[in-house]
Write a protein that binds this ligand. Structure first.
Ligand SMILES: Nc1ncnc2c1ncn2[C@@H]1O[C@H](COP(=O)(O)OP(=O)(O)O)[C@@H](O)[C@H]1O
Ligand SMILES: [Mg+2]
Length: 428
């Protein structure tokens, strides 16, 4: 009969059942055809018994599987323990950097949200929203924490980049992500095919019942993109990252919000010292202020061979030079302009206009009333436009006032110039 093959029994069993049913055969019929007992086949189909290569071959021949069953039987590494055979171990967190600095408060808050079970009982499935502007360190902070906290999630980690706010990109739908997660968790039921996101959420939640898993949904755009992906099982935890403040996820789904602020000046200096202890950027606080204390920009600036004019333009915050400085040729996903375009593209036409105008004219911290005057609109219209900009962190908000950080202002000025040139018939 041969030795059991390297396969997750549930996956093989499910494929066998699907193929048998598609041929209109009962278990008894198949037992007769392949000369194995009906009870043995039943145990294989329900994932209780590991199939052998011989069985896979016989069933393939008998059911016209054209090698499918034998391919499944040979493709998946064997799980050794009982727990692992019922829960394929998934550890999907991408690599995190080795020179991570600071963010102690955020790491502590993430730790504090982790489900604890002092009496063996977990209560609720925490949901955390980590939000902030592009390059501020949302993903990196969650990854850094997730790798350290991984051992608290014994059943594994699921990770998906939902592809939100990417220039020219299209965000993944909840349905696409659920299909991938279900597949990664070993669910191969054929009847999933016709299901929508809401329906797919049911087997997903069932699979996670009783499990201790961390689910990281990176770069989300809207609450609908994540709602069907939320586990219900106490002991699981979901962390969503987004440039959006997602008020709906906080209000309706009770997410805990952790906003990632710019680095504190001493954190920026620590990062710089880690990257390049000789860096000229450390010589004047204005240089790091011009980077908005955004770690991505500090890293880019520290890696550039800057000539004295660049330092000068950074000091004077010249928009064109700043955008040039913070770009990496051939690597759009690391370039400031491309990152900010990803946010700019999702704005309504009116908000792009307000962004350009305010970025060019508004100074320091300003109020709704100031904005209404500059935009020449009523206060409620100005308030709506400001919320739209602040909700995706194109504008800073604090205590009823708004402000541009240097890089967002540089980008707004550049966009205003681009629109102007377009109007004048120039190529942008
Ligand atoms: N705390 C940190 N220490 C060192 N580098 C950091 C830190 N946070 C972010 N970075 C760097 O900045 C880059 C951008 O961070 P990321 O988390 O991708 O930003 P976001 O997800 O907010 O757009 C990272 O690739 C990493 O190189
Ligand atoms: Mg990110």
């Amino acid at each position: 009969m041969g030795a059991p093959v390297s396969v997750a029994p549930a996956e093989f069993g499910s494929a066998l059942r699907t193929l048998r049913s598609s041929q209109g055969l009962s278990l008894g019929d198949l037992a007769h055809l392949v000369n194995y007992s009906k009870s043995y086949l039943s145990r294989v189909e329900t994932g209780k018994k590991q199939p052998t290569a011989d069985l896979a071959r016989h069933c393939d021949d008998a059911l016209g599987g054209e090698g499918r069953l034998i391919r499944i039987a040979m493709s998946v590494p064997r799980r050794r323990t009982q727990a692992a055979t019922t829960t394929p171990s998934v550890r999907q967190l991408p690599r995190s950097i080795t020179d991570f600095v600071g963010r102690v408060d955020l790491l502590r808050q993430l730790d504090g949200t982790c489900p604890e079970a002092s009496d063996g009982q977990y209560r609720g499935s925490p949901l955390v929203l980590v939000d902030g502007p592009a390059g501020i360190g949302k993903t990196e902070t969650v990854l850094h924490w997730g790798h350290v906290a991984a051992e608290r999630f014994r059943d594994g980690t699921l990770f998906a980049d939902l592809n939100g706010f990417r220039q020219g990109g299209s965000p993944l739908t909840a349905e696409q992500v659920l299909r991938r997660f279900l597949y990664d968790l070993g669910e191969t039921r054929a009847d999933l095919k016709g299901m929508d996101a809401q329906q797919l959420g049911v087997p997903f939640r069932s699979l996670l019942t009783g499990k201790r898993m961390l689910i990281v949904l990176d770069n989300a755009t809207r609450p609908e993109q994540v709602r069907s992906l939320l586990p219900a099982s106490p002991g699981c935890m979901t962390v969503v990252t987004s440039r959006s403040r997602m008020p709906g996820l906080l209000a309706r789904d009770g997410a805990l919000r952790l906003q990632v602020p710019p680095m504190a000046p001493e954190e920026s200096l620590e990062l710089l010292a880690t990257l390049d202890p000789e860096s000229r950027l450390a010589q004047r606080p204005e240089y790091l202020d011009a980077c908005g204390h955004i770690p991505l920009l500090i890293r880019i600036a520290s890696r550039r061979n800057m000539n004295p004019e660049f330092y000068d333009s950074l000091y004077r915050r010249e928009s064109a030079a700043m955008l040039r400085l913070f770009s990496m040729v051939g690597d759009d996903s690391t370039s400031l302009r491309s990152l900010l375009m990803g946010s700019y593209e999702v704005l309504t036409g009116e908000a792009t206009w307000a962004f350009r105008l305010l970025g060019t004219c508004a100074e320091g911290w300003f109020t709704v009333r100031d904005a209404a005057r500059l935009l020449d609109t009523g206060q409620s219209a100005a308030e709506e436009l400001l919320s739209e900009l602040a909700d995706i962190h194109l504008l800073q908000y604090r205590d009823g006032q708004f402000a541009f950080d240097p890089v967002h202002r540089a980008f707004a000025i550049e966009r205003a110039g681009a629109v102007e040139s377009e109007r004048n018939g120039c190529q942008v």
